[in-house]
Each structure stands twice: as structure tokens, then as C-alpha cells.
Design a protein around this ligand. Structure first.
Ligand SMILES: Cc1cc2nc3c(=O)[nH]c(=O)nc-3n(C[C@H](O)[C@H](O)[C@H](O)COP(=O)(O)OP(=O)(O)OC[C@H]3O[C@@H](n4cnc5c(N)ncnc54)[C@H](O)[C@@H]3O)c2cc1C
Length: 290
């Protein structure tokens, strides 16, 4: 690891000022479960790291009328165990509970999972399904960005110099809807997704699919929506045949690569399997038998 400077910011203004004056190579530090291994193995060498865990706005976790507010530095273990999250946003709680191990989840944060911009990040597909947005602050003030548009390439986000993520806001789940997330890993714990899929289904009163969202992980440079597959489902009564057609369509929409974890073909196959299963799970959660 190369030498670097460390500061612990006590406020948003202090963090922004440090990050801005140190330039684009400076990095915020949350749980450090991604950043520190990257520094240790020379994949990142920031001259300055700004610890953001003491900033009060980044530590808030609350569920109010307009949705769920998750401070960027809230540990995943706290999110997974929060009673409002488990009750109203079970797919978010579940995806947080999948990350790493007990030790990792006690350090790792949702902000770090998003800002690390790994296409395999487990918390992101559910957030995109639910239409979450990121609240960012920086030298030019505050702005909001849909989570779907936040990551632009592996390891790359829309954040500019001096900007940091403050919180992620998840709107209230739509009526008569459910979201499910499933991933495939060869091991039960301490592994990252070979492929993951989250599916949202919202039904009309008559049991037709009013809205579908399918988001795929680890099969493209960023998390990808399977828009053609969503179109197969919308406006239709869900049947096993329709779900299979949508799952097949999703498999055709992903852009996997082959690497040490899996071949592109295997990942494509997994998208089909996981899309089908998550769609069935979401329908079942709404009492719709397919
Ligand atoms: C053993 C192990 C197992 C893992 N298993 C999984 C897994 O199953 N699923 C999974 O998705 N991930 C997994 N990970 C990856 C990692 O734990 C998660 O991505 C975690 O959520 C990162 O959060 P963090 O707080 O540790 O981020 P950090 O390492 O502190 O930061 C990650 C990146 O985000 C930036 N950042 C952090 N906070 C902010 C902010 N507020 N504003 C702007 N930028 C910010 C940092 O500068 C850095 O670039 C694993 C890691 C390890 C070491």
C-alpha cells in the first residue's frame, strides 16, 4: 500500500472541502471493505482518504411518508435488521443480508456498495426496481440522480471531483407490487454474484401485470434493465408460458463476459433461470398463482 493521508470529516462541508481541494484522486472512505483491498493491492492509490462515517447525515436510516432514507454510511447489517425495511422493503433487506459475512456487513455500507460501481453489487438491482435515487452533495451544491444512472462503467460513477453520496431515497413500494432478488454464487457466503436478478411486478386490481421491472447484475458493464422482457409482461395476465418467454427475453438482453468466475454462456443461462424464479416469487408474494 502506498502512503496516504487520512482525515475524518465531521460534517458534509468539511468532507466536500477536503475532497475538492485534494483533487479527483482523493476518495471517501466508508466501511473500507472495497477501498482498502484496492489500496492494499495497488489498484487504487489515493493521496487522501476522507472518512465519512462520522458525518451525521450519512448515518441516518429512517422510513417516513415519502419513503425510505438510507444514509450512505449506514452499515448493511443495520439496514437488513431494520423493522421498517424488513416489513416494507424485504428485497432490500434481503440483498443487504447477502453481502459478504457478518463481519463484512457490520462494516460495509450501502453507499460503498453503490459508489464502488461493481456490476455485481447485490444491493443495486432492488434499488433500481423500486426507482430509488441518490442524493449527492459537492462544491456546486446538492443534486439527485436516479440509482439506475449512477454507475457508468465498472468502477465509474457520475460523481465529480469533491462530490459525495449523502443518502439513497427509496420511494414507498407501489400498491399491489412485490420485488424479489436472487443471485447465484458457488459458495453460500463470502462470494460475489456470478449473476443476480431482481424483478418487480405490480398488478392491476384484476390481476394483470401493470408494471414490470427486471434488473440484472454481473452481466454487463453496469446493472442492466431487461426492457424487452418487461414489455413481454406488461398488460398481460401472468402465466407460466409468459414468465418463461420473459425470462428467455431477459437472457437475450444481457451482455455477459467470460472470466474466472463463469463463462458468458453460463451467465446468460443464469439470467434466464433467475429472472423466471424472481418473477414467480414476486407474483406469489402478491397472492397471484401463475
Ligand atoms: C470478503 C468480501 C466479501 C464481499 N461480498 C460481497 C457480496 O456478497 N456482495 C456485494 O455486493 N459486495 C460484496 N463485497 C464488496 C463490499 O463489501 C461491498 O461493496 C460494500 O458494500 C462496500 O461498502 P464499504 O462501506 O466497505 O465501501 P468502501 O470500501 O469504504 O468504499 C467503496 C467505494 O465507494 C466510495 N465511497 C464510499 N462511500 C462514499 C460516499 N458516501 N460518497 C462517494 N463515494 C463513496 C469509496 O471511495 C470507494 O471508491 C465483499 C467484499 C469483501 C472484502
Amino acid at each position: 500500500m502506498k502512503p496516504f493521508e487520512y482525515v475524518a470529516a465531521g460534517s458534509l462541508a468539511e468532507a466536500v472541502s477536503h475532497l475538492d481541494s485534494a483533487g479527483p484522486a482523493a476518495r471517501p472512505l466508508a466501511g473500507g471493505t472495497d477501498l482498502l483491498p484496492q489500496m492494499r493491492y495497488f489498484r487504487a492509490h489515493p493521496p487522501l482518504v476522507v472518512d465519512v462515517k462520522r458525518i451525521p447525515e450519512l448515518r441516518q436510516l429512517s422510513c417516513v411518508g415519502e419513503g425510505l432514507h438510507i444514509g450512505a454510511a449506514v452499515p448493511l447489517a443495520d439496514i437488513a435488521a431494520h423493522p421498517d425495511v424488513t416489513r416494507l422493503y424485504p428485497a432490500i433487506a434481503y440483498s443487504c443480508s447477502l453481502v459478504g459475512s457478518v463481519q463484512i456487513r457490520s462494516r460495509a455500507t450501502l453507499g460503498g456498495n453503490l459508489c464502488n460501481a461493481a456490476p455485481s453489487a447485490d444491493t443495486v438491482p432492488g434499488l433500481i426496481c423500486l426507482g430509488a435515487h441518490a442524493v449527492v452533495t459537492g462544491p456546486a451544491g446538492r443534486r439527485e440522480i436516479p440509482v439506475e444512472e449512477f454507475n457508468t462503467d465498472p468502477g465509474k460513477t457520475v460523481l465529480g471531483t469533491g462530490e459525495l453520496l449523502v443518502e439513497v431515497v427509496v420511494p414507498p413500494p407501489p400498491d399491489r407490487s412485490a420485488v424479489s432478488y436472487l443471485r447465484f454464487t458457488p459458495r453460500q457466503e463470502m462470494d460475489i454474484a456470478v449473476t443476480g436478478v431482481a424483478s418487480l411486478l405490480k398488478f392491476s386490481e384484476g390481476g394483470m401485470v401493470y408494471q414490470a421491472r427486471i434488473v440484472m447484475a454481473a452481466v454487463g458493464p453496469t446493472h442492466l434493465r431487461a426492457r424487452r422482457a418487461e414489455g413481454v409482461l406488461e398488460g398481460q395476465r401472468p402465466t407460466a408460458e409468459l414468465v418463461s418467454r420473459a425470462a428467455e427475453e431477459a437472457a437475450g438482453e444481457c451482455q455477459p463476459i467470460s472470466d474466472v468466475r463463469a463463462s458468458a454462456d453460463y451467465r446468460r443461462h443464469l439470467v434466464g433461470v433467475l429472472a423466471g424464479r424472481t418473477l414467480l416469487k414476486s407474483a406469489e408474494a402478491q397472492g397471484i398463482r401463475v
